[in-house]
Design a protein around this ligand. Structure first.
Ligand SMILES: C[S@@+](CC[C@H](N)C(=O)[O-])C[C@H]1O[C@@H](n2cnc3c(N)ncnc32)[C@H](O)[C@@H]1O
Length: 206
């Protein structure tokens, strides 16, 4: 791993365990991703989102409102929009430069259904239960906010392009325990390309 990737791994490990420490890392993380935004698409391997697609294929009912958190240059948001043609998709990111790249790469036919907006995953500007599907590819999860914005009966997908070797990586056991504590069920794990992914469901309202 490069020095920057080691910082991303350290940040992930600390923030997943102690989310309140995010304030210490936020500025550095944003600057780091702003700096690599123009090169991000060239740094990604062609199969980077194979595990993401494997988990999406297992999402039950087609969602109509989807949030791709830490969308970067928007590849995940575009894949979601193509798989679910009736869905409105929001790609959210901390880095304005990543968002600028995402807007530039959006094909004209998706312009009405996909939008990119700035947001911090630790304090999302969305109402409770706003999305039937929330996706995170290579992104640090903030479990309380995640659980809050997923609608009852909705799903969450986590994908890591290089499996356990991905700089931003959370082991499936940790994902499961954090989600179980927040009432999620129906856990499933996938492997595709060089990576892994994880799917979970929020129960319907009782
Ligand atoms: C490793 S990149 C992944 C980008 C994209 N999902 C992909 O797989 O190509 C992580 C992205 O998450 C964003 N990010 C990191 N922390 C964030 C936060 N708290 N809220 C929103 N975005 C965040 C970064 O700016 C960066 O664009």
């Amino acid at each position: 791993m490069t020095f920057g990737q080691r910082i991303a791994r350290f940040t992930t490990d600390v923030v997943v365990r102690w989310p309140r420490l995010w304030g210490v890392f936020r500025g550095l993380t944003r600057r780091q991703f702003d700096a690599i935004a123009p090169r991000w698409n060239t740094m990604r391997m062609p199969d980077s989102l194979a595990p993401f697609e494997a988990a999406l294929a297992a999402v039950g009912e087609a969602p109509t409102r989807v949030l791709d958190l830490g969308t970067g240059t928007g590849a995940g948001a575009r894949i979601v929009a193509e798989r679910f043609p009736d869905a409105e998709v929001v790609g959210a990111d901390l880095s304005e430069r990543m968002l600028a790249e995402a807007r530039q790469s959006l094909p004209a036919e998706l312009e009405g259904r996909v939008r990119f907006e700035p947001a911090d995953a630790s304090a999302l500007p969305y109402e409770d239960g706003s999305f039937e599907l929330v996706t995170l590819a290579n992104m640090i999860p903030f479990f309380d906010e995640l659980a809050r914005v997923v609608a009852p009966g909705g799903s969450v997908v986590f994908a890591f392009s290089g499996g356990a070797g991905t700089p931003i990586y959370v082991a499936p056991g940790r994902l499961r325990s954090e989600l179980e504590r927040r009432g999620f069920t129906d856990f499933a794990e996938f492997q595709a390309g060089r990576g892994t992914s994880f799917l979970a469901r929020k129960p319907d309202r009782v």
